[in-house]
Design a binder for this molecule. Structure first.
Ligand SMILES: [Zn+2]
Length: 88
């Protein structure tokens, strides 16, 4: 998301990446799904991962809902977060 090259910032590391599930693992919708899909997973740096979850929480609060309606809605909110990142 932020395009940070972690190897420049933290030269002792090779890859600093976390897997983000577009539809949160805690979502009831996910429980109903029979399988997890690779299309649901994106790699992000730890800071972007945390910021994305905060964006999700803000979006849910702003929309007065407790969870996403479906995978597509979660994906759209993720894309919105990605667009709103301020790149330096
Ligand atoms: Zn990042």
């Amino acid at each position: 998301m932020c395009t940070m090259d972690a190897t420049l910032k933290y030269p002792w590391t090779e890859r600093l990446i976390e897997l983000h599930h577009l539809l949160p693992l805690s979502s009831p919708i996910r429980v109903e799904a029979s399988t997890s899909s690779l299309k649901d997973i994106v790699g992000v740096c730890p800071s972007c991962h945390r910021a994305t979850h905060k964006f999700y929480a803000k979006w849910l609060k702003d929309n007065s809902v407790g969870d996403f309606q479906n995978y597509e809605e979660a994906r759209q909110v993720y894309m919105q977060a990605k667009e709103e990142i301020v790149l330096s």
